[in-house]
Design a protein around this ligand. Sequence first.
Ligand SMILES: *[C@@H]1O[C@H](CO)[C@@H](O)[C@H](O)[C@H]1NC(C)=O
Ligand SMILES: *[C@@H]1O[C@H](CO)[C@@H](O)[C@H](O)[C@H]1NC(C)=O
Ligand SMILES: *[C@@H]1O[C@H](CO)[C@@H](O)[C@H](O)[C@H]1NC(C)=O
Ligand SMILES: *[C@@H]1O[C@H](CO)[C@@H](O)[C@H](O)[C@H]1NC(C)=O
Ligand SMILES: *[C@@H]1O[C@H](CO)[C@@H](O)[C@H](O)[C@H]1NC(C)=O
Ligand SMILES: *[C@@H]1O[C@H](CO)[C@@H](O)[C@H](O)[C@H]1NC(C)=O
Ligand SMILES: *[C@@H]1O[C@H](CO)[C@@H](O)[C@H](O)[C@H]1NC(C)=O
Length: 313
Amino acid sequence: MASAKPCALCFLLIYISPMALALDDPQIASSLLPPTKPTFHSPRSVPSEGYYSPLSNGGSMLTIVDGTFPAGQGEPLNIIISANSDQAVLVDQETDGGLRNYWLSFDYAGECLGQHAGSQQAANLGDGNGVLNETDEIRYDYNDAQLGTCTETIEGGGHFRYWTQNGPKANSGAIFMASSYELPLTDGHDIVSNGYNLGRDWIIGNITQTNIPTLNLTNSSTYSGTTSYGGYTYSTSVKYVSGLLQNTSVGINHNLTVMTSSSNATDGLVAVLEVKITEKPANSADFLIPFLGWQLPPLLLLLFATILPFIYL
Ligand SMILES: *[C@@H]1O[C@H](CO)[C@@H](O)[C@H](O)[C@H]1NC(C)=O
Ligand SMILES: *[C@@H]1O[C@H](CO)[C@@H](O)[C@H](O)[C@H]1NC(C)=O
Ligand SMILES: *[C@@H]1O[C@H](CO)[C@@H](O)[C@H](O)[C@H]1NC(C)=O
Ligand SMILES: *[C@@H]1O[C@H](CO)[C@@H](O)[C@H](O)[C@H]1NC(C)=O
Ligand SMILES: *[C@@H]1O[C@H](CO)[C@@H](O)[C@H](O)[C@H]1NC(C)=O
Ligand SMILES: *[C@@H]1O[C@H](CO)[C@@H](O)[C@H](O)[C@H]1NC(C)=O
Ligand SMILES: *[C@@H]1O[C@H](CO)[C@@H](O)[C@H](O)[C@H]1NC(C)=O
């Protein structure tokens, strides 16, 4: 009986030790791992617009797509997440309120079971990195973060490819997204009529809970809204800007089927998003300090008061 209680104490001490707590929490556990390769290669500098125009440094606002007919057509980079957003949002991760958690807050997630169903596209953001393949393709998840993107792969829907402007010549950290709305897989994933402009505006519609009037947008249209996921709340301000993309169908992938009598394949507007985190979950430090600071000592005192007499007897 005298030996059983000190062991109960050992067990409790191991169980409530900070390390055991840390390893239970994926966010703290990942912070204990060696740091991953830094994303930025030169000091980040953010112009007032929140991004550098790819056009001013040999880049393009159209992606590079293999095997188009005629050759050389691209898809519009029609959404930018401004580098004036909170730094945490620009980090490509799901933890700590990062980019992937932001996307989940409006029901966009990585591809179905990690499989890449679409073809790769490339882009040159004029940042000195030259032409790079897409970082990843992200799909509407039909409100099911686990399997919803499989539905999108089969039934079609909203999706986007993205790149980060972080090369040595224009290291803003802004995220450039090429969004569109595609037909079901059986139709070869072609883009629906007006599907670049609508793909952009349904994303903005979901972020702002507003029906965006695609055909009436101008370069003075603005919207805002809030979304949440994983305990993080994001406040997004959206501004449509002209001058980056042209208002045209020429050179746009699938232009003949995407353009309509009332709109070119791309209307020439880019939605620029400035994202701020307005609420976060109680973080690890907030959790550990009250727990160890206030709860552990009384608990230990109580344990020592009741158990120590047995150890020394
Ligand atoms: C980019 O994607 C193409 C396929 O579209 C692939 O052949 C090529 O190897 C990729 N390049 C890199 C650097 O991953
Ligand atoms: C939200 O996204 C879905 C899927 O793309 C779309 O059907 C719907 O119209 C969007 N909602 C708004 C308000 O834009
Ligand atoms: C677009 O503008 C026209 C003319 O100003 C107006 O009649 C129409 O209701 C607007 N459409 C939307 C969706 O706002
Ligand atoms: C907005 O678009 C108009 C043409 O529709 C153009 O004259 C004006 O310069 C643009 N303004 C900005 C701030 O880009
Ligand atoms: C489409 O773009 C061309 C320029 O390439 C322009 O002349 C035409 O008016 C535009 N059409 C629409 C419907 O916006
Ligand atoms: C579609 O783009 C090609 C160039 O890629 C151009 O030659 C053609 O005129 C465009 N079609 C229309 C209807 O704008
Ligand atoms: C695109 O150009 C057409 C024709 O000039 C114009 O009617 C339309 O408003 C333009 N679209 C935008 C978004 O500026």
